[in-house]
Design a protein around this ligand. Structure first.
Ligand code: FES
Length: 58
């Protein structure tokens, strides 16, 4: 599946398998280049499954 910008321009990829950067520090955005390890990026703990909430809110 191609990655495109908000205006629909394709974003070239040089690798067969890619991950999207979530830390914002990658030098090859929107793709991850491993910089998250250097800056010790951590995500929030897993959120509860909405189906497990009392009123099903998301
Ligand atoms: S998530 Fe940003 S470099 Fe990996």
């Amino acid at each position: 599946m191609p990655i495109v910008t908000p205006t629909g321009e394709p974003v070239p990829r040089r690798r067969k398998t890619v991950a999207l950067c979530r830390c914002g520090a990658s030098t090859i955005k929107p793709y991850c280049d491993g910089t998250h390890k250097l800056i010790n990026f951590r995500t929030e703990p897993d959120l509860p499954d909405p189906a497990d909430l009392p009123d099903g809110r998301q």
